[in-house]
Write a protein that binds this ligand. Sequence first.
Ligand code: HEC
Length: 178
Amino acid sequence: MSNFKPTLALALCFTLSAPLAVAQQILESPQLGNTVTQMELSELDLIASEESVLPAGSGTAFQGREIYAAKCASCHGAEGLGGAANQPLVGGNMRSEDAPIRTVGSYWPHASTLFDYVRRAMPANAPKSLSNTEVYQVIAYVLYMNGLIDQYKVINAETLLALKMPNAGGFVDMSASD
Ligand code: HEC
């Protein structure tokens, strides 16, 4: 043991103990990642309903026609009847004898869902790529294709909530009165 150098051993100890302490901390930490910023949160907090306010902006079907043709028709068809997505946005009848075709027009009880869904999830190949104004415009076009509004009707936070959808009462069982 004539070669033993206490200072060297001590230095070695310190050098090793620092990473060990960090490793220990990592093991003890719950590893929940970084704190979410207000900015990041606002990008996720997108629920639009009658309780929460829809964002500013407005649009007509007339303005939304081009957006629909460029960004939606490839999957939903030029008239909204299906297309490659096999998901029609137009037509259907919840009172049909056969299995009903469920679309925005025939099935969705609230128009605000349309804003929420499109802003959050569509176009499916580029979700959240539309501005709020573009969402208002393109959903106006979807409502127009369903014959629910005319092409110049201005759709905004107020008019969207006021719009009565054909199947608004379809989720309430009127026969179960007792
Ligand atoms: C790349 C293909 C694609 C594109 C482009 C696309 N969609 Fe979709 N869309 C889908 C698919 C697939 C679904 C069904 C998703 C599901 O049920 O989970 C869907 C569902 C929807 C629905 C819900 C329909 C329902 O009754 O459940 C709406 C509304 C909608 N899309 C609107 C749009 C609008 C508006 C655009 C253009 C801005 C658009 N989509 C572009 C593929 C697409």
